[in-house]
Design a protein around this ligand. Structure first.
Ligand SMILES: [Zn+2]
Length: 142
């Protein structure tokens, strides 16, 4: 190990544990630090900073946030993940695309069938995604 290696080794997990005092100093680091006063000083500073940062960054969340998070987590879902609502949206979206497909000149029944299933799949996916992903990400419940 050379002195430049120590700067990089400080970020390795085994060194992080050693800096926190929860594990012994890795052997390669210990060998180098024993014979290099500059790296011994670097190690001591890193240990001091690591302990201080770890201690100072342990912030408790605000009590109001804890209460709101607990209240939201304990609420039963307003609707099941999948339900009749999603089926209704799927059929409606499929029907709309069938109507659109009939307006296209030369569209045969195969196109209408494809339009229905495309619309139904899109409507179903949009309904589920809207409720499952979008609303919770906005902090809203369906
Ligand atoms: Zn060194």
């Amino acid at each position: 190990m050379i002195c430049d290696d120590l700067e990089l080794r400080l970020y390795d997990e085994d060194c992080r544990r050693a800096l926190l005092g929860t594990a012994p100093m890795p052997e390669d680091v210990a060998d180098h630090v024993a014979g290099c006063s500059a790296c011994r000083k670097t190690w001591a500073e890193a240990a001091r900073d690591t302990v201080r940062l770890t201690r100072d960054l342990q912030l408790a969340p605000p009590p109001s946030l804890v209460r709101r998070a607990a209240a939201v987590a304990l609420q039963p879902p307003a609707r099941p993940l999948l339900g009749w609502y999603d089926l209704g949206v799927a059929v409606t979206a499929g029907a709309v695309l069938v109507v659109v497909a009939t307006l296209v000149p030369g569209a045969d029944p195969l196109w209408q069938s494809a339009a229905f299933w495309t619309g139904a799949a899109g409507g179903f996916a949009a309904s589920v995604i809207d409720r499952s992903l979008l609303l919770p990400s906005l902090g809203l419940r369906s």
